[in-house]
Design a protein around this ligand. Structure first.
Ligand code: ADP
Length: 324
């Protein structure tokens, strides 16, 4: 192996830059040449390659977003366009590729590997942390911290006004962000898509919380359940007969993805990015870097493709237990 490509794809995640840096510097120190692909699979199809040297990845470890930019590229779902991408890689004499992204990007990487047997290694990067096979995906810690910081501020006014507050957090179809944010902010109620929570029960939970002497009720809702405002509307209808007149809803949105990555994300990105290069050098292909317990290692990509990541039921129970 002489020359590798690195790209970021799908939703951006804080720490992607740290991963690009780790891939580039590890590869160069191992005697490889590195090319960044601009805008993920779109750049692969459109032949947008840019050589990366040691200094090109300087001063980026602390920056959110991705210097290589990212894109959603529907053409990559079709084999003929993946073939175009493959031709471009061959033309540039590239013989291995690191794909930094989430589940969708992994599907693309998996198809690409199966089509052409081209050595591809995935690095998990998505704030949703929903990649099966890996305990961690880059960006999650920053997103959770961003949400926790925002909610701490919201809580100050919540207790001053003795209100019901709903905060909608990201996570796509998964509840990992909501669960961690819920526990870390001491939310009274956490709603995640993995566990059903009927509206009658929800209204009752609010009433019970007040009876227990709580000054305010904070409900963290994962976007995969429903929008915060629709939960708020339905809940208010149920609570009005009990004297509730309003519920405040906040949608945290993109602030969760923004800003400088936390130390944890920089560490993970550095370790995982380096491991991706070592995996290519070991001759591995069609694999992804994972965190398993405390170890960084590789697993076949199909683990991520074939089964959804499960929520830790113990954490969910803990969230409820601690909101007594
Ligand atoms: P993420 O990687 O953050 O989950 P997306 O789901 O948007 O983001 O996927 C990123 C890109 O990966 C898509 O725009 C597309 O180019 C590619 N992709 C997603 N699903 C597939 C698939 N089934 N086959 C091939 N490519 C795919």
């Amino acid at each position: 192996m002489k020359r590798i490509a690195v790209l970021t794809s799908g939703g951006d995640a804080p720490g992607m830059n740290a991963a690009i840096r780790a891939v580039t510097r590890t590869a160069i120190s191992e005697g490889l040449e590195v090319f960044g692909v601009i805008k993920g699979y779109k750049g692969l199809i459109e032949n947008k390659f840019q050589k990366l040297d040691l200094r090109d990845v300087g001063g980026i470890i602390e920056r959110g977003g991705t210097i290589l930019m990212t894109a959603r590229e529907p053409r990559f779902l079709e084999r003929e366009w993946r073939e175009k991408a493959y031709e471009n890689l061959r033309k540039n004499e590239i013989d291995g590729m690191v794909v930094i992204g989430g589940n969708g990007s992994y599907r693309g990487a998996y198809d690409f590997y199966n089509d052409f047997g081209f050595p591809v290694v995935g690095v998990p990067a998505t704030i949703d942390n929903d990649i099966s096979g890996s305990d961690y995906a880059i960006g999650f810690d920053t997103a959770v911290n961003n949400a926790v910081n925002a909610i701490d501020k919201i809580r100050d006014t919540a207790s001053a006004f003795e209100r019901v507050f709903i905060v909608e957090v990201m996570g796509r179809r998964a509840g990992f962000i909501a669960l961690h944010v819920g526990i870390a902010t001491g939310a009274e109620i956490v709603l995640i898509p993995e566990v059903e929570h009927p509206i009658e029960k929800l209204a009752n939970d609010v009433i019970e919380a007040k009876k227990k002497g709580k000054k305010h009720v904070l409900i963290v809702v994962a976007e995969g359940v429903a929008s915060g405002s629709s939960v708020g509307d339905i809940l208010l209808k149920r609570l009005e007969p009990h004297g509730y007149t309003d519920i405040r809803v906040t949608v945290l949105g993109y602030i969760q993805r923004g800003g400088s990555p936390t130390a944890t994300d920089r560490m993970m990105a550095s370790r995982m990015g380096a491991e991706a290069v070592y995996a290519l050098l070991r001759g591995e292909a069609g694999v992804m870097v994972v965190l398993s317990g405390k170890s960084i290692k590789t697993e076949p990509l199909d683990i991520a493709i074939n089964k959804p990541k499960k929520i830790d039921k113990k954490l969910y129970d803990l969230a409820w237990k601690l909101s007594l």
